[in-house]
Design a protein around this ligand. Structure first.
Ligand code: S3P
Length: 193
């Protein structure tokens, strides 16, 4: 066996260790307002850790066979919240999971209790000022990437939710001036303590 053939698996192992988390963490849950970067950060974080990634909105859409805007328009927010809570409960049993919540999930007390009581789960709040969040969401709406039925209520919703995100969080990262790689790195630094 050549030297490089013996060294390559070791180099891979060291790479993996470099991206690993403390063994006390089985799940990373990203929370924060619409446009805070939960989905893009979560996807990259999961890739770097070699873990699974799930997005709560996509999970609701997959289980329901309807898009989030369709559910809001046809069944209303209360029904969307029920579907969201059911999807959350079903996902939290998984290990080696990075989960991006929907921005409104922490408004529901049952969701907050579930997150607080699920062991080995690190909750990270991705925060940014209202103007940045709204700007990002408007851009996503213009490009047809994501339509957000509650964007018109951004100011009142953020005011109501910020203390909830804050209290739920084990760690907080301000994403304002950061690109997705930098946010991901900042999250990893916090999680490794
Ligand atoms: C919502 C946020 C959305 C989605 C739905 C409602 C909210 O998720 O769940 O449009 O209440 O803030 P994102 O935070 O991923 O945009």
């Amino acid at each position: 066996m050549s030297t490089s053939a013996t060294l390559e698996p070791m180099a891979e192992m060291m790479d993996e260790m470099a991206e690993s988390l403390p063994t006390t963490i089985d799940r990373v849950v990203l929370t924060g307002f619409m446009g805070s970067g939960k989905t893009t950060t979560g996807r990259l974080l999961a890739e770097q850790l070699g873990w699974n990634f799930r997005d709560l909105d996509s999970e609701v859409e997959r289980r329901e066979g309807r898009t989030v805007p369709q559910i809001f328009a046809e069944s209303g927010e209360a029904e969307f919240r029920r579907l969201e809570s059911a999807a959350l409960a079903s996902l939290l049993g998984q290990r080696r999971l990075v989960l991006a919540l929907g921005g409104g999930a922490p408004e529901v007390l049952g969701n907050r209790l579930l997150l607080e009581q699920t062991p080995r789960t690190a909750v990270v709040y991705l925060q940014a000022p209202l103007e940045t969040l709204v700007e990002r969401c408007e851009r996503a709406a213009e490009t047809g990437e994501t339509e957000r039925p509650l964007l018109g209520e951004a100011e009142t919703r953020l005011r109501r939710r910020h203390p909830l995100y804050d209290r739920l969080a084990d760690h907080k990262v301000t994403t304002t001036a950061l690109d997705v790689e930098q946010v991901c790195e900042a999250v990893l630094v916090k999680l490794r303590g």
